[in-house]
Design a protein around this ligand. Sequence first.
Ligand code: ATP
Ligand code: MG
Length: 351
Amino acid sequence: MTYIISLLPGDGIGVEVIEATRPLLDDAAHAGGFELETTRYDWGSERYLESGSMMPDDAIETLETYDAILLGAVGHPDIPDHVTLRGMMLPIRKAFDQQVCKRPSVLFDGVESPLRGYDGGDIDFVVYRENTEGEYADAGGHEHRGYPHEVAVQTAVYTRQGTETIVRAAFEAARSREGRLTNVTKSNAQAHGMVFWDEIVEEVSSDYPDVTVERLLVDAASMDLVRRPDEFDVLVASNLFGDILTDIGAIVSGSMGMAPSANINVEGHSPSMFEPVHGSAPDIAGRGIANPLATVLSVSMLFDHLGESEVARDIWRAVESQLADADAPRTPDLGGSATTEAVVEDIRTRL
Ligand code: ATP
Ligand code: MG
């Protein structure tokens, strides 16, 4: 078996964590008894500054042929964030129908939550975020910033197909975990899109009598993710709300540097994409101290998606074992002084 994987390191610490993690991919192939071919594409902000576009015109055709994509991060201090996001990440998610974004939040043994005095139970939940429409949709030209009244219009779009896809994925996940789903919306204020979303959750729930559904408004959910993060199992939310909730999820479970994510094409016709939740972090870029664990865990999710579940589990366990070991190297965000590379080297030894 040979898998072909494209690497899109992107910008800033994205490049550092992808480069550092590369040898681990080969170790995993060796351990799992399969072949791996990787190709790196240097698309991103540097390219944009030179040529005016983040990716070449045929980028999507190029990526289409791969089994999976591993992305670092995109973002540059001299380029507005909406330009970088819409220049690379959003088009890929959209072109490949990566409708389901899965973002686990786990407080590993040996890691302290930044919630001071937190003495609750284990934090172990996963957010299913709708990934291609909602508040980030291009609503066919309805968006504008207009003359003459300085009105800016941004439309959110919820299709039945898109909403059902994410909701079903979340119910399936809940069924395979603790059987609890929290549906996060804002249907008291957004009476069209979010009420539609709630109705679909209600409908789909009849196929999952074994899953308990809790409803929370996004403001309350944000508070509760800080107040009682140990009580969540699976959360499902729209594109924007999921984005916000997963940053909260990342930080309550230790560091932005440890949060992995998967952008999944449910049908399996096009490649899925795996990436750390964090951005290019210009404040620490170039120093070799970025935490690579978000990327390592994303690699675990990538292999799991390809059906190499044993290798996926072994990588995840190597991270668990490293974090539980007080003498193991840690990057500064986790209170240590180790480099990105030293952390990956230690993971490779454990693997
Ligand atoms: P972008 O504009 O691309 O989103 P950002 O500066 O907003 O980049 P984030 O990923 O949102 O970066 O992270 C916010 C902060 O968290 C960073 O500035 C950095 O200090 C810290 N951080 C993020 N990722 C890591 C990491 N892998 N290791 C250590 N610290 C990190
Ligand atoms: Mg950011």
